[in-house]
Design a binder for this molecule. Structure first.
Ligand code: SF4
Length: 150
């Protein structure tokens, strides 16, 4: 059955996967582990260790950043609930970043989707580290849920 919100489903799936990968590397979501978590979640490490996790790991990085980081691949500013004129999901940016844009494709439910490729916000290791300092609890909750499901 098709997903009701394919953007949300993808985002939640990816977030869970990257948190699982950090846990598998032996890193709990603690303040002292933040530098290690950031290193582990980097594109450089994840694309080598888990090439099957993301199509970009075996082709082109999704953002042209030297220190691209995957922990916030699902950007906290991404609004996956925005619908287009036909009522289908198309996504949007909560901060209207001028670096994002809509990419059109006839196979997309809304005919277009919000595309963050050109935007650096929350995708560099430095930004991810800052975000983690403020939102560590959110990641701990995801990690706890993953552990409870095992
Ligand atoms: S355009 Fe930038 S700030 Fe907006 S959702 Fe995408 S990555 Fe986040």
């Amino acid at each position: 059955m098709a997903s009701e919100n394919y953007l949300k489903e993808w985002a939640e799936g990816f977030k869970k996967r990257i948190v699982s990968r950090v846990l598998e590397a032996g890193l709990e979501f603690t303040v002292e582990n933040i530098p290690g978590i950031v290193r582990e979640a980097s594109f450089a490490v994840q694309s080598k260790k888990h090439p099957g996790d993301c199509p970009c790991y075996t082709s082109e990085p999704c953002h042209a950043l030297v220190d691209l980081n995957c922990l916030l691949c699902n950007c906290p500013n991404y609004n996956a609930n925005t619908r287009g004129a036909n009522g289908e999901i198309q996504g949007s940016c909560r901060v209207d970043s001028s670096n994002g844009r809509y990419t059109e494709h006839p196979n997309l439910p809304a005919g277009r989707v919000w595309d963050c490729n050109g935007c650096p916000i929350f995708h560099s290791s430095e930004e991810v580290e800052k975000y983690l300092m403020e939102h560590l609890e959110d990641f701990k909750k995801i990690a706890d849920k993953i552990k409870a499901e095992k």
